[in-house]
Design a binder for this molecule. Sequence first.
Ligand code: NAI
Length: 340
Amino acid sequence: MSSPTLKVGIVGLGRLGQRHAINLAQRVPNAKVVAACSPVPAELDWAASTLGIATGYADYDALLAHPGLDAVFLVTPTSLHADQIIAALRAGKHVFCEKPLSLDLADCLKVEAEAARHPQLTIMIGFVRRFDASYHDAQQKIAQGLIGKPYLVRSQTCDQNDPSGAFMRFAPTSGGIFLDCSVHDIDLARWLLGNPVPKRVYASGTNAIHTGLQAFGDVDNGLATVEFSDGSMASFMASRTMAHGHETLTEVFGTGGRLAVGSNPRLNRVEISDAHGVRNECTPDFYARFADAFLIEAQEFTDAALGRRTLSLTLHDATEATRIGLAMTQAMREARPVEF
Ligand code: NAI
């Protein structure tokens, strides 16, 4: 008997959508991409010619009506996530959706309410770092008590500077650096600290290079501190101006020790000794750092939708990440602490 297959529609074939499409089509054994959806004809052509996805839809509702479709993989602009998730659930489809769930807390809660009406459907928001082998190991070690009681997470997402400023096209809709980048660190902090309840947030930021971000109330470097009601804390940095590459670093301090993931953001194990000293090359971008995790994420979503595993990551975790990210953004813009 052949093993069951999840028939997936990929929605959004931009910067990240193409990566997900390649993984689903070529590297997730129990998934089959049966259709693609994008308003851009060239992207549908790419899916057909590169991956053999013959059926393309410009219209999302038409994709949802594709015969036999089991699940959608949403890699669309964040502003579309909530409505697209709700439409998929109402059409009886399992849903994977990229982070963040939404930039609007009321929309997050609407999605949670709709999901509660469809308990048989799997829904996963793509907090990819939870599927990274090193973060997974760190979380297991903390749960086993290796560092005692964890009380402080210090975590950063720092992107290499793009002198062309191409990322500026996302500035009007990204929600700002905390919701776009730190949302990953927020999710990690909650996970590694055992889901504490946020109490108060402080935040500030600066524009070191990309001063045009100011027009959108955004910064190219941001700092935030979150206090939780159980006394634990988290401190976040996000940057778009690193000279050396992409650096994601997380430290967890416990009463009996400290764990760090990513202290050396090296590209690989090659060590170069030359006139500059002894050094490694750095991961250039988030995908180089988390490529394996993106694949594991897609495999785990597929297995969960096929009923072969349960997910530890919940929709409520995604709501909480948005809630904390919004408070950080407000604290920075209003230059004052924000209470929950
Ligand atoms: P992008 O702008 O490169 O791609 C967006 C895609 O959505 C394009 O293919 C566009 O044609 C398509 N699209 C637009 N309107 C649509 C509609 N109505 N129906 C169907 N498709 C539509 O954006 P990118 O960078 O790929 O980001 C997409 C999402 O992925 C965002 O939510 C972003 O936050 C998230 N993301 C997550 C990352 C992670 O580390 N997990 C990293 C980068 C992005």
